[in-house]
Design a protein around this ligand. Sequence first.
Ligand code: HEC
Length: 121
Amino acid sequence: MTPSKCLAVFCLALATLDNAPAQDIRLPQETARYTPSELPGYPLVERNCLICHSAHYVQYQPPSSPREYWDKIVKKMKHPFGAFFPDEDIAPMVDYLVKTYGAERARQDPQGVWPKTGQNP
Ligand code: HEC
């Protein structure tokens, strides 16, 4: 294709895009949010942990995971995965995670089923 033909095709494509009727796109309800909590780590996790992926990864961790496990996870998101949150956010986020999804949850699930989904993934 010559450069001018190529440009014409490109312009035609743009014009077509421009004339396309407005689409009504409805996305499914976002379900993989973090569980709301009074703990100070909740807003931090909302701010720092939804940038790269949903809360699914957190929800699918074993419910028996102890505090040290969450500490390692959060630190791993920073190094090597490159998350930007400040170091002082780590302790409150770990506290929220272990109390909401891990071993320090108030309500322990007797069957050890995965939190939130109620079934194994
Ligand atoms: C810079 C991007 C980024 C941010 C921000 C981030 N993560 Fe991740 N996270 C990743 C990547 C990449 C993976 C690995 C995905 C894979 O293995 O497919 C991951 C995986 C995970 C997993 C799965 C377990 C594992 O070890 O791989 C958990 C749990 C998790 N993240 C929790 C968090 C939490 C909690 C936060 C907030 C403190 C967070 N992430 C913020 C990039 C990020």
